[in-house]
Design a protein around this ligand. Structure first.
Ligand code: PSU
Ligand code: MN
Length: 305
C-alpha cells in the first residue's frame, strides 16, 4: 500500500469486499462554499451517497497524508480553517513532503481515488478551459488529469465562468467520453442548458456503468465525464447568471488575479453577489450528483469480470 495513503477503515472494508464507494473532493468545502453551509453540505452529500447504497470517501491531505474517507472532525476542520492549501497535482509533492493540510481539487482527488482503487467520483463542477484561454493559457489540470486517470466523474456540467465550447473541444482532443444523464443538451452547472449539444447521452445508471466497463476493459485509460443537470426547481436563469459572471471576470482582471487563485476568486465573487440563490442551487445539484454517482458505483460494483 502506498505510504502516503491513509484509508478510513469503512472505506477499506468496502473496497476489499468489492462494494460501491464514491469519492468526494475537498476543495469545494474549503474554497468553493462559505462556512457553515460547506460543512453541512459535505455531510449531507455523504448521507445521500449512503442512502443510495455506497460508502462515501471524502479525500483531503492531512498533515502530509492523503486521507481517503474523513471523520466528521476532519471535515469540520476543512470547512473552518483558512490555512488550507488548494491542492492540484503540481502541489501534491510539496504539501505532502512539508506535512501540510490540503483540500484537493478534482485532479488531485481523482488521482488519490485511483491510488485507493475507487472508480467513481462526485463533485459539483469541474475545472476546464477558461474564457480567453487563447490569451492566458489558463486550462485546468483537471482536464489533463482526466486523460490519464480511470475514474468516472459526476458533475453538473461546466460552469459558465469557463468557456464551455472550448472545454468540450479539449475533452474531445483528450479522448474523454462526455455523457449527459437524461437529456440531449450539455448542462452548465446552474442551468440545464448551455447551448451545446452533449456529445453523448445515457438515461440510466446501468448503461453508464456498462460504458465505464467497456472503456476500461478496452484498455482506454482515463476518465468519463458524466454531466448531470441541476434539478429543474433549482435552476437559475442563464442570462441572470451571465451578468454576475461577467462582473466577476472583470473584477478578477482589475485585481490581476492569476494562476490557481482565479477559480476560487470567481466562485467567491459569484457567491457573494448572488447570495442565497446560487448557493441553494449549488447544494441541490451536488446532492443530486451524489445520488447519481452512488447509483453508478452500485451498478458498476455489481458487474462481474
Ligand atoms: N468549479 C466549480 N466549483 C469548484 C471548483 C471548480 O464550479 O469548487 C474547484 C474544483 O475543486 C476544481 C477546481 O477541481 O476548482 C479547479 O481549479 P483550477 O481552475 O484552478 O484548476
Ligand atoms: Mn487555472
Amino acid at each position: 500500500m502506498n505510504q502516503f495513503l491513509e484509508i478510513h477503515p469503512e472505506v477499506g472494508e468496502a473496497l476489499a469486499a468489492g462494494n460501491a464507494v464514491v469519492s468526494l473532493e475537498s476543495t469545494i468545502i474549503s474554497h468553493g462554499m462559505p462556512y457553515p453551509k460547506n460543512i453541512e453540505t459535505a455531510l449531507a452529500v455523504e448521507q445521500v451517497v449512503r442512502e443510495n447504497g455506497a460508502v462515501p470517501a471524502t479525500i483531503a491531505i492531512f498533515n502530509g497524508k492523503c486521507h481517503v474517507g474523513l471523520t466528521k472532525e476532519q471535515l469540520e476542520y476543512f470547512g473552518k480553517a483558512d490555512d488550507v492549501w488548494k491542492v492540484s497535482l503540481r502541489d501534491m509533492p510539496y504539501v505532502i513532503s512539508q506535512n501540510l493540510y490540503g483540500a484537493t481539487t478534482v485532479a488531485a482527488t481523482m488521482r488519490i481515488a485511483a491510488m485507493a482503487g475507487i472508480k467513481v467520483f462526485v463533485t459539483g463542477g469541474i475545472g476546464g478551459v477558461h474564457r480567453e484561454a487563447e490569451r492566458t493559457m489558463d486550462i485546468s489540470a483537471d482536464l489533463t488529469e482526466m486523460a490519464q486517470t480511470s475514474v468516472a466523474i459526476v458533475s453538473a456540467g461546466v460552469k459558465s465562468i469557463l468557456d464551455i465550447g472550448l472545454t468540450l473541444e479539449y475533452l474531445e482532443t483528450l479522448g474523454i467520453p462526455v455523457v449527459t444523464y437524461g437529456q440531449d443538451e450539455f448542462p452548465s452547472f446552474y442551468t440545464r442548458k448551455s447551448g451545446f449539444a452533449s456529445p453523448l447521452r445515457l438515461d440510466n445508471a446501468n448503461e453508464i456503468a456498462a460504458l465505464l466497463d467497456a472503456k476500461w476493459k478496452l484498455g482506454l485509460n482515463g476518465a468519463v465525464l458524466i454531466a448531470n443537470p441541476v434539478p429543474e426547481e433549482y435552476e437559475i436563469d442563464a442570462a441572470e447568471m451571465e451578468v454576475h459572471i461577467l462582473q466577476a471576470l472583470n473584477a478578477a482582471r482589475d485585481a490581476n488575479v492569476a494562476g490557481k487563485k482565479v477559480t476560487p476568486f470567481l466562485l467567491q465573487y459569484i457567491a457573494d453577489h448572488t447570495k442565497g440563490e446560487s448557493l441553494e442551487a449549488n447544494i441541490a445539484l451536488i446532492k443530486h450528483n451524489a445520488k447519481v454517482g452512488a447509483e453508478v458505483a452500485v451498478s458498476f460494483a455489481s458487474l462481474k469480470d
